[in-house]
Design a protein around this ligand. Structure first.
Ligand code: MTE
Length: 329
């Protein structure tokens, strides 16, 4: 039976995918309770239970409140922690999906600083401990769709990037935001390989960067980010292909010109600046119409239909009103 959810029109192909009733009811109780207690931090276990997962218990806990941002919590089944942390793209540690989990142990995430500069009134370098406390940590359950055709559902922890950008006061001339990530040959064995230009960089239009769904993330599954997922701080932009979600960020630059991006620099005809999830715009070498949800492997696992803006059209569609998305892909 096909069921359509009201919020984003997502089609669930299989009833076993739907959140079990007990979890759903518990979540409802939690949400009601949340209204009563406001922004009080939940204990990690309570939050994790309400989301339907067990914290891995491997890394430092990162307490968070359930996000109230519209569209920030999908009720879909959460991807297993093991899958989310062993099937990764982080080319600084190798190009095989298993490489980041194997190799990223060398990444040093303390001390860590993030410089925020460019067209801003108050440029500032934040220590990671300052950044962690800049705004309350929220839990958001986002779908992430990779350009390669797979997707996951992950309980991220962080806050809207807008909170950080507001703190540095963007100038009226700022139109774009560039994200620069760590490129340290001493700790990242593949930096220097010819697969990409280093450092890995990404970019957003300022209004995309200010959208409340754009997440500056410090954790997942109730804990700090594992190295292979972009510790200590990464971006998550749920309506764009996963490669826009720059990992291990060290610098954020506000500019008036569209910045180059790692994938666009390496293959201009294959990766545009926008990179919005769009089933109607194929990658030159493969279709983007369907996706495989990680964890639903197997010969007979059905592929899912990919949704425009990854199912976040209600929240972000207006950012692209009037634009030809086939041209601005
Ligand atoms: N960030 C850096 N610094 N280096 C990378 O190679 N890969 C991107 C993105 N961020 C990448 C990166 C790609 S292609 C994807 S699909 C996502 O990270 C994967 O995030 P995940 O491993 O947490 O699923």
């Amino acid at each position: 039976m096909l069921i359509r959810s009201k919020d984003n029109g997502y089609t669930y192909p299989d009833s076993s995918e739907i959140t079990p009733r007990a979890v759903y009811e518990q979540r409802r109780r939690f949400l009601l309770q949340g209204v009563a207690v406001g922004a009080l931090s939940m204990s990690l276990d309570a939050l994790a239970q309400s989301s339907g997962y067990t914290p891995a218990g491997k890394l430092t806990a990162l307490p968070a409140v359930r996000s109230k941002v519209a569209g920030a919590v999908t009720m879909e089944k959460i991807t297993a922690y093991k899958d989310a942390t062993t099937y990764n793209n982080f080319y600084e540690f190798g190009t095989d999906k298993a490489d980041p989990a194997r190799n990223a142990g060398t990444l040093r995430t303390r001390p860590w600083k993030v410089e925020v500069t460019g067209l801003v009134a108050k440029p500032r370098t934040f220590d990671i401990e300052e950044l962690l406390k800049l705004s309350p940590q929220e839990e958001r359950v986002y779908r992430l769709r990779c350009v390669e055709g797979w997707s996951m559902v992950i309980p991220w922890i962080g806050y809207s990037l807008a909170e950080l950008l507001k703190a540095v006061e963007p100038s009226p001339s700022a139109k774009y935001v560039e994200f620069v990530t760590l490129a340290d040959k001493a700790t990242m064995p593949f930096v220097g390989s010819r697969v990409l230009d280093w450092p890995y960089t990404e970019g957003l239009r300022l209004d995309e960067a200010m959208h409340p769904l754009t997440l500056l993330s410090f954790g997942m599954y109730g804990e700090v980010l594992p190295n292979q997922n972009g510790a200590p701080v990464r971006l998550v932009v749920p309506w764009k292909y996963g490669f826009k979600s720059a990992k291990s960020i060290v610098k954020i630059v506000l500019t008036d010109k569209e910045p180059g991006t790692a994938w666009n620099k390496s293959a201009k005809n294959e990766y545009g600046f926008y990179s919005n999830v769009n089933p109607e715009v194929d990658h030159p070498r493969w279709s983007q119409a369907t996706e495989r949800r990680i964890g639903e492997d197997g010969l007979f696992a059905k592929k899912r239909k990919t949704l425009i803006f990854n199912g976040y059209e209600a929240q972000v569609g207006q950012l692209y009103a009037g634009m030809d998305l086939k041209k601005f892909y």
